[in-house]
Design a protein around this ligand. Structure first.
Ligand code: SAM
Length: 219
């Protein structure tokens, strides 16, 4: 049993930890500002750092992202992949997002390490034949269970699945705040159980960002 449930999950602790992160520089800071001003749901800064650190720690060469938006998460994954021959393959259906991401990633000099596939994840994933070290799920919440099913065969044993927003602004563990979030919240409640108990994974949900799923493929 956890000794103190609120040891970390308190507002002042969250603010303290957020302030502790060094400020993003130049283009990454510009991306954060653009996302805030235009309501684009990019990864929280701590999630982005976690992606970069994980890719680096596991010496990842190939990462798969579902949901590119303006390229903020993909940029951190690409930075975490030190190896010049490594790559991030990312799936995104929106032309507007792809154009914006291409622009930022070119300015970050990361376009060479990031392959953008236009389409929806459920259309694209069944056609992928590559093996990945890390998979990052961050698109339609109602589809997470399908993403996991389609991604697991593409992930090497020892590889990592990271899934964002598993607590969905508090609604997964508590009350649903708005009707538009009902389907996604119910889907995430179901996904979380499957994720934690999946026979091919050892998985946890971390109190990072909006609840970050972290699972390693064991077989
Ligand atoms: C939360 S944002 C992604 C943020 C990004 N991963 C990051 O870390 O900064 C979700 C993105 O998924 C895209 N999306 C929506 N439906 C999708 C689908 N069916 N398949 C893949 N991506 C989708 C949206 O257009 C949006 O850009």
């Amino acid at each position: 049993m956890k000794q103190k449930f609120d040891a970390i999950l308190q507002p002042e602790q969250a603010v303290y930890l957020d302030n502790l992160l060094p400020e993003s520089k130049n283009i990454l800071a510009e991306m954060e500002q653009y996302a805030a001003e235009h309501n684009v749901p990019i990864a929280d800064r701590e999630v982005a750092w976690f992606l970069e650190i994980t890719a680096r720690a596991m010496n990842a060469k190939k990462c798969l992202e579902i949901g590119l938006a303006i390229g903020y998460g993909a940029a951190h994954l690409a930075i975490g992949i030190g190896d010049e021959s490594g790559k991030v393959l990312t799936i995104e259906p929106s032309d507007e997002m792809i154009e914006k991401a291409q622009n930022y990633l070119a300015r970050l000099d990361l376009l060479g390490k990031i392959e953008i596939v236009k389409g929806t994840a459920l259309d694209v994933l069944p056609h992928l034949l590559e093996t990945f070290d890390l998979v990052y799920l961050d698109a339609v919440k109602e589809e997470y269970a399908d993403y996991l099913k389609l991604c697991l065969p593409l992930l090497r044993v020892g590889g990592v699945v990271i899934a964002d927003n598993l607590l969905w602004g508090g609604q997964v563990a508590g009350e649903i705040h708005s009707e538009k979030d009902t389907a996604s919240t119910l889907a995430l409640r179901d996904f979380n159980k499957k994720f934690i108990n999946h026979p091919q994974l050892k998985a946890q949900i971390l109190s990072v960002g909006d609840g970050l799923g972290y699972g390693v493929k064991i077989k």
